[in-house]
Design a protein around this ligand. Sequence first.
Ligand SMILES: *Cc1c(COP(=O)(O)O)cnc(C)c1O
Length: 426
Amino acid sequence: MRRPHVMSRLIHGEAKTPKWDFSHHVVPPMPSSVTFRLSSAARGAQGFAEFAAPTSQRGKRRPIYIYDRLDEPIRGMLEENLAAAEGADTSVTFASGMAAISAVFLLLCRAGDDVVAHRTLYGCTHSLLSSWMPRLDVTTRFADLSDPARLTRLITPRTRAVYVESPTNPTLEVLDLGGLAEVVKRANRRRRPEARVRLVVDNTFTSPLGQRPLAHGADLVVASLTKHLSGFGTDLGGMVAGAKEHESGLFLVRKDFGGVLASKNAWPILVYGLPTLAVRLAAQQERALTVARFLEAHPKVAAVRYPGLDSFPWKNLARAQMTDPAGHFMPGTLVYFVMKGAPAKARKAAQRVVDHVAKDAYTLTLAVSLGHVRTLIEHPASMTHAALDAKAQVAAGIDPGGIRLSVGLEDPRDLVADLEDALARA
Ligand SMILES: *Cc1c(COP(=O)(O)O)cnc(C)c1O
């Protein structure tokens, strides 16, 4: 059969799936069975033996389902489509983005190991690495990885993971994934497989239709499905994608730590989220460009970061790295802008903007999260990145007067009008 393009693949999935025998349904029904009937003790034993076995031929043979926390058909179909979109051998889903991210560190690190991470990260990832992993004696050094050469000196014999987001949340800094992958590859030259350093990239901000880190040399991709992939703001979820060698470990981590994506949450992501992803992204990023241009011309705005603007500091890198599977530039749907003024004054101005939005705007909603069909606005310094104190925020490059916008599907004229009103009050 001819191989379909990703946009078609995300609508139809595998043309024929052994996961499922409701052969007359066009859309898979939403299952809700925690446990599965086994036809004999031998069949049950075979199911347990095959679960997470490194040699398992997932997707090739009819799976033996045992219990929801191990494996389940809707999640399995979602995982096939996610792997196809990321260009990965395999993908394993989790209850949330954070469940997926913590699973990666549990998979890669043991007591005494360390992690090198970029200084700017999603707030909860930062607190996972700085508050919880040290209890397991896994430490993290946060550093500025904008120059990959700097990574060379940061990798120690105990380093097991290099962890980055690109573009970063919320400042939309673009990191050179290929350059970082080169450094990691060199560091691994004389290492035994179990001691290798892995480059892990959080791909939540672009989605796989906006960037595929594995193609740039990353070992593992993590993402929150809650954002672009779910798209409508109705379901939490997370995923890890990468080479087959990681599949068994990820399944076992998920089984024992229990952060399983509920099949009822996997269903809308499979049925509504992925099939509409390409058109949502295209329409939303068109609006994002309009909004970014409006903000750039506004006298109260000191700076705007949007990869589609000519003024974007990492323009060439973004154009090479942030593309859809056909190679078109995908500047994305997130816009970051900073209010004018000294830190305290800019912080107040940003708070006034979002407070006005909360009270009076129609098309803008003051809320965290991103990648939804509704436009969401937030003030990172007092919200998503509040886990970092003022000093840590400065170290992470988060401006007191910075505002993050996740542009949705509303008419761009309404978005601009609402922003104009909000900025007038700043
Ligand atoms: C939201 C988000 C996460 C966490 O995802 P949840 O589904 O909320 O657990 C991780 N990384 C980034 C970049 C995010 O935006």
